[in-house]
Design a protein around this ligand. Sequence first.
Ligand code: GRF
Length: 192
Amino acid sequence: MRVVCLISGSGTNLQALIDAKARGELGVADLVAVISNVAGAGGLDYALDANIPTEILSHRDFADRLEFDRALMQRIDHYQPQLVVLAGFMRILSNEFVAAYRHRLINIHPSLLPKYKGLDTHQRAIDSGDTVAGASVHWVTEALDSGAIIRQTEVPIVPGDTAETLKARVLDAEHVLYPAVVRDISLGVVTP
Ligand code: GRF
C-alpha cells in the first residue's frame, strides 16, 4: 500500500511511522513520499534520513486555496498512493481535495473527538476540568475534524498539567496509535 504523508511541522508522527516501518510493524504500507507546505519543516529531515522522497509545495506561492490544493493533488497523484496520511498538516482542505481522496485520506487529531475540534485542544481540555484526554484518527471529510473515527487512545490529565505537559503525553500516545492504524488499513483490518 503506497502511502503519501503530508506535513507542516515537527513531524514526530511521521518519525513514528518511519520507525514502525523499520521495525516491520507497518503491515504492507510503504512511505513513498513526504510533502510539506512549509520549507524547513522538521519532518523533512526525518524523511531524508529514511531515504523517502520529499517535496515542498508552499501555499504562499498560490493565489487561493483551490489553486494550491489542485497543485498539491497533482504532486500527490504522481506517487499513486492508496492512502494519504495527514500528520500535522496545518491546512484546511477544500471540498474538491477531500472528494478526490475520499476513503483514502486520514488525519490524527490531538483530542478525543468529537470533543475539541480545531486548535488549542490541550488547553481547552484542561480548562474544562477533564480528567482524560487523548487522540483520534479519523477519515477526512469536508467538515473539519468530523469524519468517522477509526480509533482513539486515552491518556490521563494529571494535577498540575499544562498544555505543554499534556501535549507531550498525548503525542507519545499518538506515536503508538497512528502507525497501528496505518498498519491495520494496509492489512484490510480497517476499512472505510
Ligand atoms: C499532532 O498533535 C497531531 O495530532 C496534530 O498535529 C500534531 C502534529 O505533530 N494533527 P507532529 O508534526 O507529528 O510532531
